[in-house]
Design a protein around this ligand. Structure first.
Ligand code: PLP
Length: 373
């Protein structure tokens, strides 16, 4: 048996999406900026994909820009705000993805912006009072808080955060890489200035993402210069097949959204119930009773055995991770686990599900885990 429990890192692509992308790559290879028939056909595919995604997310075509993924979308927002919109202060949290934290460190080093970290508690919850204190009496503020944490699954009370931002005229960016395609996101009711998404997190192709920009309070500006693609916001020939693949993926996600959510949530419940029987196990963040329906983060006391847990599970054909895949090569503890104030003497594993996982896989996993530790 081979088990894949690392769906927050990436997911297997749907066959239908792959077929759609192959078909388009073969038949519609034109450059969407070309004026001949080949180009015009490709342009129609790009714009149809944008319109279709907009219908699901309740956004306007003018508000969606295709990017190479969540990382580029996050970096574009940061660069746009600091370089073009006169943003002087950015408020974020220590639990954000590295594609937010690392560019912020760079801009801060260059004295281009000041960065404040909002307080979070031992469960990773954002202190909203502190957020308001940080925003108050400042102007030109951008708040960057993720919708669902990719390591511990905590969900942001986005309505409350956006109320605070609106009250104090701060811009709000929300990294929705772990929620778009997983939840019924409606930009008519979620009031953010910017949001990021990535197709490979919900069974789509890698290397294609989205930047949503409301454009009521702030326009978006390019990170790369070159051609005038994406309405002059994102230079470079569009990846037509991946864009169509994104639209197909979101269509498939929304077709069975509630059913899939329920299935995955019940897998998570089963996993937590079975893991809870293990002595001294703890869970990071709010995953035990709320949070993202597909993410569990378990903590074990550090022993010679638990230290090697990820490798041992891999030898047993079970894929899990210890945090973000982007930093898994690093030796140090995950920055999220560190920010929660969790003791260094723990071994942590993130288990993240998709609709393709089964209850039998959980039984097998818990069995192997118990035998080993
Ligand atoms: N933001 C979050 C919350 C993520 O989980 C990821 C992916 O790991 C990213 C951003 C980066 O997305 P991408 O892999 O599309 O660049």
């Amino acid at each position: 048996m081979r088990i894949y429990f690392d769906n927050a890192s990436t997911t297997p692509i749907y066959n239908e999406v792959l077929e759609c992308m192959n078909d388009i790559s073969l038949k519609c290879f034109g450059n969407p900026s070309s004026i001949h028939q080949y180009g015009r056909k490709a342009r129609v595919i790009v714009e149809d994909a944008r319109t279709s995604i907009c219908n699901y997310l309740k956004a306007l075509p003018a508000q969606l820009f295709f990017t190479s993924g969540g990382t580029e979308a996050n970096n574009t927002v940061i660069n746009s705000c600091i370089t073009y919109l006169n943003t002087k202060h950015i408020i974020t949290s220590a639990l954000e993805h590295q594609s937010v934290l690392r560019p912020l460190q760079e801009y801060q080093k260059q004295d281009k912006v000041s960065v404040d970290l909002v307080k979070t508690d031992s469960k990773g919850r954002i202190n909203l009072k502190h957020l308001e204190e940080l925003i108050k009496n400042k102007s030109n503020v951008l708040v960057m808080l993720m919708h669902a944490n990719n390591e511990i699954g905590n969900l942001l009370p986005v309505k409350e955060v956006s109320k605070i931002c609106r009250k104090h005229n701060a811009l709000l960016h929300c990294d929705m890489v772990q929620t778009i395609g997983h939840y019924n996101i409606d930009f008519n009711t979620i009031d953010v200035d910017f949001a990021s998404a990535s197709a490979h997190k919900f069974h789509g192709p890698k290397g294609i993402g989205l930047l949503y920009a409301k454009q009521q309070n702030a326009a978006i500006y390019p990170l790369l210069y070159g051609g005038r693609q994406e309405r002059n916001i994102r230079a470079g020939t569009e990846n037509v097949a991946a864009i169509a693949g994104f639209a197909k993926t979101i269509q498939l996600a929304y077709e069975n959204l509630t059913e899939d959510q329920q299935k995955i949530a019940s897998l998570k419940k089963q996993m937590i119930e079975q893991l809870s029987r293990i002595n001294n196990i703890q869970f990071a963040g709010e995953c035990q009773n709320r949070g993202h329906y597909g993410i569990v983060h378990a903590l074990f006391p550090l022993t010679a055995k638990t230290k090697l847990l990820p490798i041992n599970l891999d030898i047993n054909n079970i894929a899990i991770s210890q945090g973000s895949a982007c930093t898994s090569g690093a030796q140090s503890q995950s920055h999220v686990i560190k920010a929660l104030g969790i003791d260094k003497n723990i071994s942590n594993i993130r288990i993240s599900f998709s609709k393709f996982n089964t209850s039998d896989e959980i039984n097998y996993f818990v069995d192997k885990l118990c035998q080993y530790i």
